[in-house]
Ligand binder design. Sequence first.
Ligand code: GLN
Length: 537
Amino acid sequence: MKFIFVTGGVLSGLGKGITASSIGKLLQCRGLKVSAIKIDPYLNIDAGTMNPFEHGEVYVLDDGGEVDLDLGNYERFLDISMSRGHNITTGKVYQEVIDKERRGDYLGKTVQIIPHVTNEIKERITRLARESNSDVTIVELGGTVGDIESMPFLEAVRQLSVEVGREENCTFVHTTLVPILGSVGEQKTKPTQHSVKELMALGIKPDVIVGRSSDFLDDGIKTKISLFCDVSKEAVVSAPDARSIYEVPMILEKQGVADLVVRKMRLSPLSSNVDLSRWQDFLKRVIEPSREVTIALVGKYTELTDAYLSHMESLTHAGALEDCGVHIHFVDSDRLITEEPSKVLRNTHGILVPGGFGNRGVEGKIAAARYARENGIPFAGVCLGFQVATIEIARNVLGLEGANSTEFDPNAPHPIIDLMPEQKELESMGATMRLGSERVWVQEGSKAHSLYGSSEVWERHRHRFEVNPLYIDQLERGGWKFSGRCEEGRRMEIGELQNHPFFMATQFHPEFKSRPERPSPMHLGLVRASLERKESM
Ligand code: GLN
């Protein structure tokens, strides 16, 4: 078992997850099998209950795990499929320890952070590493060294490093901030020195230091960090501002980080020549596209764009395939109630309405769908976006006044969107949502089929409400065809409007399975149609 432990110092938001995923990518390009674990030291059991305003989007895995958005970065960079266990939180660990204590598993011992909590952490990490059968497991510790809540995790990985072999089987990568101060633009190493000192006080000596700065670290600064923090100079690495997150692997490769890790841990790469040409090709189309479109993302968490991270990435992937940069115009859906949609959405070539929960902002999203439908503007809706498109068509095409989702109006005269029957049952038992990957059958001859190129697809879900089966025939007669359905054909998964350049929406979340070289089909459809619209304007 070999591990790369990635810690963070000074402050959060240094792009630790991107650094970790990039190192993983570089090892993968050498033919090594890489897996990843993300540790979040908060007490929540998972990210399911977390507000996107505070933490960014809740990322959903195949197995229905609702996890930190960093797992999305690992899945996208490494093109792997992770499971809920790969996101370890304090809540999960403590719950397990307390359950064991109640069952009497500790045989009357006093249950303590060390060794009981730390053992639980180590067991989880080693179990995942073993099960994944990978050459290297990357373990990213969320939070900042020095936080009270990360202490048990740092202690656990310190112990683990000794147990598996500190020298040959572990690499500690510490990411820190190197700020640039004053008019002379001097790079400052003191925050790095302090955070490394803090890490060393916990018994962990970093092998690699990644210095986040707006620019590359000066040679003298590397020497200084090397000297003060006791790492070799080649192990002091720059992480300057990048034009795209997908550029980070290239930046790190040029500095030899992966080779250093390979040498240190005596890894046996399958290939000695590292082939990054496909990634490079993809990157070139991301940062220097020959065309551009603007797509409006109409949501209610638009102040924190991380709330829509997977959509942003999906549009980037789709754009890259078309050699087209996608400029995202974030629109707070409430604006579409007080202002003219034609004004707010002027200069945009397509509209995306993502998922969401709760009443606020819904009418604005319905207005966006209406504007797109009536004006032939390319439109894609996801989850709640699918539901609002359906409501809009029921109201304004079928003339069903007061049509709504029972999530927003429990007494709606036309409950077009309603709780799933089994959901009612589940909720009476305290369960929450339909989560994770399920099979969707796509109708041949439909637009969705031509985008997916298959009649059987697996997509991830996260919802409680669905299209009310009583209205399906009526909606289809109105031109809203359900070209994707789940298993027994009863649950509607994809809707597409006839007689419109591109108007499609899905109950599932295709953004979670979008990958750099395999964009989400619906996002791709939206980008293509938006480009066509722009070019014909
Ligand atoms: N609130 C809606 C539901 O529960 C949509 C959920 C979503 O967009 N993820 O069905």
